[in-house]
Design a protein around this ligand. Structure first.
Ligand SMILES: [Zn+2]
Length: 441
C-alpha cells in the first residue's frame, strides 16, 4: 500500500455574547426564548429597514484576531452572500469575503508526538448567524431569534496533519474565547461549531489534493476527531481501489460510527458575493490597533508559560491551573497570601490539583491555605515512595493486573483504589494512574 499524508483545515464559528445582534438592537439572549420573539424589521429583512454595525462585536472579533497573531486589515468591508434558503429572511447573509477584518495569523499547537507545530490562520472575519429550522412530521418550523446574532469565523490553512493537532487547536480556541470573555463557547449549545476540510495525499506530495471533504454539524471535539479518523481511512481505501474522490459535505452518524454524504459542495462563486451597499467600510489606524493589542489580557498560553517559569510548578499542574481564567487568577492570589504564611507556590499548586479543587472564590483560598498550614493533608511527593506503593498494590491485586494486561482497561481502577487506600488519599490519582500504566506495560 502507498503511504498517505492527511491534509486538514479547520473552520471555527463562535457566537459572540454581545448585548445586541450584529446589525440591530434585538437581544442576543435568545436561548430558551419563545420562537421569533427576538426579531425586528432589520433582522427579518423587511423592506426599508437599514442595518447598522455593532461596535462591540467588531472589537471582539479584533481581539480574537490579535490574540491569534493576525494583522488587522486597514480596510475591511461586509458583503452579501446570496443563497436561497429560509434560514435567513433577507435572502442573503451579511459576511466578509474579499475584505476580512483579521488576516495572516498563526497558533502553535501540539501534535501526537508532543512536538510543537505552527498552524497558519488565514482569517478571522465577522458575520451574522442564521435562524434555526426544525424539521418534523413533514413540516418545517422557523425560528429567527438566532438570525443575525454576531458570529466570528476563524479559518486555518490546511496545516493539520493529525487529530491531536486538531483537538489541541479547538481546545485552545475555546479557552481563548472564554479568557477574552467574548463567548461561552459551549459546543452543546452551539455557541462554538467546528467544520473540518479533510483530504489525503501521497506522502512527499507538495500540492493540495484536487478534492476536499467538508465535515459539518458536529457538536463535540470527540465526535470531530472520530469523524476525521473515519474519513481518512475511507479516503485512503477509496484511492487504493482507484476510485476518484469528490468535493462534498458529510455529517457524522454516532450510532453507526461513520460519516455520510449530506450534499455535493457548491463553490464560493455560486453565492454571488457583492459589497453590502447599506454598510460602511471599516478603517483602523495603526495607533488604534496598537492600543487594542496592548489592552489584550494575558492569554492562556502566556499564563501557562509564566506559571511554570515564575512559580516552578510542573507543566501538568500549570495546564490544569490555567484552564480557566478565574481559577488561574485565584491561584495567584493564593500564592500572594500564602507567601506571608511561608507556604510555597508548589505546595499550593499540588494541593489544588491533587485534591481536584475548583477555585471559585476567596473563601476557597482561605480554606486551602489553612489546610496546608495545618498539614491536614500532607501529600506524598517522593517518587520512590509512590513507586513502592504502586508495586505493592500490583502484587496484591494480581488478578486485576492480569485482567488489565489482557485488555480489560477498567481493571486498573481496582489497583488505583488500592493505592488510594494505602496512602489515605495522600497521592495524586492522575500521577498514580500514569505510574500504574508504566508498570503494567
Ligand atoms: Zn433585530
Amino acid at each position: 500500500m502507498n503511504k498517505y499524508e492527511t491534509v486538514i483545515g479547520l473552520e471555527v464559528h463562535v457566537e459572540l455574547n454581545t448585548k445586541s445582534k450584529m446589525f440591530c438592537r434585538c437581544s442576543v439572549d435568545y436561548f430558551g426564548a419563545k420562537p421569533n420573539t427576538h426579531t425586528c424589521p432589520v433582522c427579518l429583512g423587511l423592506p426599508g429597514a437599514l442595518p447598522y454595525i455593532n461596535k462591540q462585536a467588531i472589537e471582539d472579533c479584533m481581539e480574537i484576531g490579535l490574540a491569534l497573531n493576525c494583522e488587522i486589515s486597514n480596510l475591511s468591508r461586509f458583503e452579501r452572500k446570496n443563497y436561497f434558503y429560509p434560514d435567513l429572511a433577507k435572502g442573503y447573509q451579511i459576511s466578509q469575503y474579499r475584505w476580512p477584518l483579521c488576516i495572516n495569523g498563526w497558533l502553535e499547537v501540539e501534535n501526537e508526538k508532543g512536538e510543537k507545530v505552527v498552524i497558519r490562520i488565514n482569517r478571522a472575519h465577522q458575520e451574522e448567524d442564521t435562524g434555526k429550522l426544525t424539521h418534523s412530521n413533514g413540516e418545517t418550523l422557523i425560528d429567527y431569534n438566532r438570525s443575525s446574532v454576531p458570529l466570528v469565523e476563524v479559518v486555518t490553512e490546511p496545516d493539520f496533519r493529525d487529530t491531536a493537532e486538531v483537538r489541541d487547536y479547538a481546545k485552545k480556541l475555546q479557552q481563548l474565547f472564554r479568557y477574552l470573555g467574548v463567548s461561552n463557547a459551549d459546543m452543546e449549545r452551539g455557541d462554538m461549531r467546528l467544520e473540518a476540510n479533510v483530504s489525503v495525499r501521497l506522502e512527499g506530495t507538495k500540492e493540495l489534493p484536487s478534492y476536499r471533504v467538508e465535515l459539518k454539524n458536529i457538536n463535540s471535539f470527540r465526535f470531530m476527531v472520530a469523524a476525521i479518523e473515519y474519513e481518512v481511512k475511507r479516503q485512503i481505501e477509496a484511492l487504493e481501489k482507484g476510485e476518484k474522490l469528490v468535493q462534498e459535505t458529510r455529517g457524522w452518524d454516532e450510532n453507526k460510527k461513520q460519516t455520510f454524504v449530506q450534499r455535493v459542495k457548491e463553490e464560493a462563486n455560486d453565492y454571488r458575493y457583492f459589497p453590502d451597499p447599506d454598510l460602511p467600510v471599516l478603517e483602523f489606524t495603526s495607533a488604534e490597533v496598537g492600543q487594542m493589542k496592548n489592552d489584550l489580557p494575558e492569554l492562556p498560553w502566556e499564563k501557562l508559560e509564566r506559571f511554570v517559569e515564575d512559580y516552578e510548578i510542573s507543566l501538568n499542574n500549570a495546564k490544569i491551573l490555567t484552564e480557566e481564567r478565574i481559577s488561574a487568577d485565584l491561584f495567584e492570589e493564593a500564592i500572594k497570601q500564602g507567601l506571608e504564611k511561608q507556604i510555597k507556590p508548589q505546595q499550593i499548586a499540588n494541593f489544588i490539583v491533587n485534591q481536584k479543587i475548583k477555585l471559585d472564590s476567596e473563601e476557597d483560598i482561605a480554606s486551602i491555605l489553612e489546610s496546608i498550614a495545618n498539614k491536614k493533608v500532607d501529600m506524598i511527593e517522593d517518587e520512590s515512595e509512590l513507586i513502592r506503593l504502586v508495586q505493592e498494590a500490583i502484587t496484591e491485586n494480581k488478578d486485576s493486573a492480569d485482567a488489565y494486561k489482557s485488555g480489560k482497561l477498567g481493571a486498573l481502577n481496582v489497583i488505583l483504589g488500592s493505592v488510594m487506600k494505602k496512602s489515605n488519599g495522600k497521592v495524586n490519582a492522575d500521577k498514580i494512574r500514569q505510574l500504574l500504566e508504566d508498570n503494567l506495560k
